[in-house]
Ligand binder design. Structure first.
Ligand code: ZN
Length: 171
């Protein structure tokens, strides 16, 4: 299957791959179990004489986490000895939950956040039908509020174990 033009992932060149591995350790400040690589937020890493260029794509246009992620990437690469680091935002194509790795979705589940289900590309997604409770795996769940603890998540509650949980919205 052909990857999208921008979804290059870990670079082939050893120098760029080494810098990628440093940047890939940066975690999402809102979901600290997920790295920006798990999320698919980390897009490109290039190393040249001018320094390191990193491109990230925000998960959500309103996600204030991106500023923190930018600073964390710069700090992590700086600590690894890269003196000149530039982090740019790539807004097109827009991030979708499809870019999240399966390892990332498994970590989300383990963290108590229902991982996104369905494919964003398939048009309007009715997420209300199949959100699984991360505690007891029941499908008897409903949305409490569209906006949970952050703009990326909605608050759901399980009808069986009565536990509330965050649902990572499909975008
Ligand atoms: Zn439950």
């Amino acid at each position: 299957m052909e990857s999208p033009v921008y979804a290059e992932g870990r670079p082939a060149s050893p120098a760029a791959a080494a810098a990628w591995d440093v940047a890939a350790m940066v975690c999402d400040p809102e979901i600290p179990v997920l790295t920006i690589e798990d999320l698919g937020v980390l897009r490109h890493v290039e190393v040249s004489d001018a320094g390191v260029q990193v491109a990230i794509t925000p998960t959500y246009s309103g996600c204030p986490a991106m500023d923190a992620i930018r600073q964390d990437i710069t700090a992590a690469l700086g600590a690894a000895g890269y003196s000149s680091v530039r982090v740019s935002l790539e807004l097109a194509p827009a991030w979708t939950t499809d870019w999240m790795s399966s390892a990332g979705k498994a970590k989300l589940d383990a963290y108590g956040i229902a991982a996104p289900s369905g494919r964003a590309a398939a048009g309007p997604v009715r997420v209300g039908l199949s959100v699984k409770c991360p505690q007891c795996s029941s499908l008897n769940t409903r949305e409490l509020t569209r906006f949970g603890s952050t703009s990326c998540k909605a608050l759901w509650v399980c009808g069986d174990c009565r536990e509330p949980f965050d649902y990572f919205k499909v975008l």
